[in-house]
Design a protein around this ligand. Structure first.
Ligand code: FES
Length: 80
């Protein structure tokens, strides 16, 4: 099994998040419910990343799964 995540899309997902709520960002790229985990990582070496939103706002969550600042887009998708 490869350790490379699947690129769900080479762009972030803009999603509304609510302060204090916990979200599970898909790290493996296989979820059909991007950018969130739907359990598709089972059997792989990946697990979702839980994060709690600090503010109610639009978050830009990494869709390429190659960010160095997960779960957020850090621009790494431009180099893929
Ligand atoms: S979408 Fe992954 S770094 Fe931008």
């Amino acid at each position: 099994m490869s350790d490379a995540p699947i690129i769900a899309q080479k762009a972030p997902y803009a999603v509304p998040v609510e302060a204090g709520k916990t979200y599970y960002w898909c790290a493996c790229g296989q979820s059909k419910n991007q950018p969130f985990c739907d359990g598709s990582h089972k059997g792989s070496s990946f697990t979702p990343l839980a994060f709690t939103a600090e503010d109610t706002k639009t978050a830009y969550l990494c869709g390429c799964k190659h960010t160095q600042n997960a779960p957020f887009c850090d621009g790494s998708h431009k180099a893929l």
